[in-house]
Ligand binder design. Structure first.
Ligand SMILES: CC(C)(COP(=O)(O)OP(=O)(O)OC[C@H]1O[C@@H](n2cnc3c(N)ncnc32)[C@H](O)[C@@H]1OP(=O)(O)O)[C@@H](O)C(=O)NCCC(=O)NCCS
Length: 169
């Protein structure tokens, strides 16, 4: 992972918040309002990351809550023009590393059953479906995914292998 690619967001940093807020509007329109983002990011359990391209533009972000030893991924999004270039992979990799460093044993999330891009990304990191909420998104089910244990040496070694071949966009 190149230095400067991923940046942990300080919730008190207004400049970073403005960047997150802009990305939220373009990458996840209609998902959260700016007010919802602000109220989430200031929670002590919240951890957010930004991904920066070589050009100096922020191209994606993600955040999780750490509750006891469980990390709940609450948001992950990449600027539409920068998708399918490895940014989502790098972000999720960083979030998993960070969660491990904070003492998480597993990560969980909920995703629409028809979100093929996100599902492919999550499966790459070992997430498996352990629950289904029928009709959670209207006509579409919600899937509850979990990683295996992420705190042990096996998963750490796997993360190192995954990181080896990536290119910063
Ligand atoms: C899901 C999302 C974060 C993926 O980001 P990304 O930067 O495009 O992901 P990557 O380039 O790292 O791709 C990782 C893998 O995901 C899969 N993938 C990504 N986009 C895909 C698509 N459109 N269709 C099918 N698979 C896709 C591929 O398996 C890909 O691996 P590969 O490139 O080696 O084939 C991005 O599509 C996004 O922001 N979507 C809207 C927000 C969202 O749905 N967030 C998840 C909510 S739970």
């Amino acid at each position: 992972m190149e230095p400067g690619y991923l940046q942990a967001v300080d919730p008190a940093d207004e400049e970073s918040f403005a960047v997150l807020s802009r990305l939220l509007a373009v990458a996840l329109p209609g998902h959260w309002t700016e007010t919802m983002l602000r109220s989430d990011i200031v929670q002590p359990a919240s951890h957010y990351y930004l991904a920066w391209a070589k050009t100096g533009e922020a191209v994606g972000f993600g955040g999780f809550w750490l509750i006891e030893d469980e990390a709940h991924l609450v948001v992950l999004a990449v600027e539409p023009a920068c998708r399918q270039r490895g940014v989502g992979t790098a972000l999720l990799w960083g979030l998993l590393q960070w969660a491990r460093e904070q003492g998480a044993r597993r990560m969980t999330l909920e995703v629409r059953a028809d979100n093929e891009a996100a599902l492919a990304l999550y499966r790459r990191f070992g997430f498996v479906e352990l629950g289904r909420r029928p009709g959670y998104y209207g006509e579409v089910d919600g899937l509850v995914l979990w990683t295996p244990r992420i705190d042990g040496p096996d998963y750490a070694g796997q993360l190192q292998q995954w990181a080896a071949g990536w290119r910063r966009p």
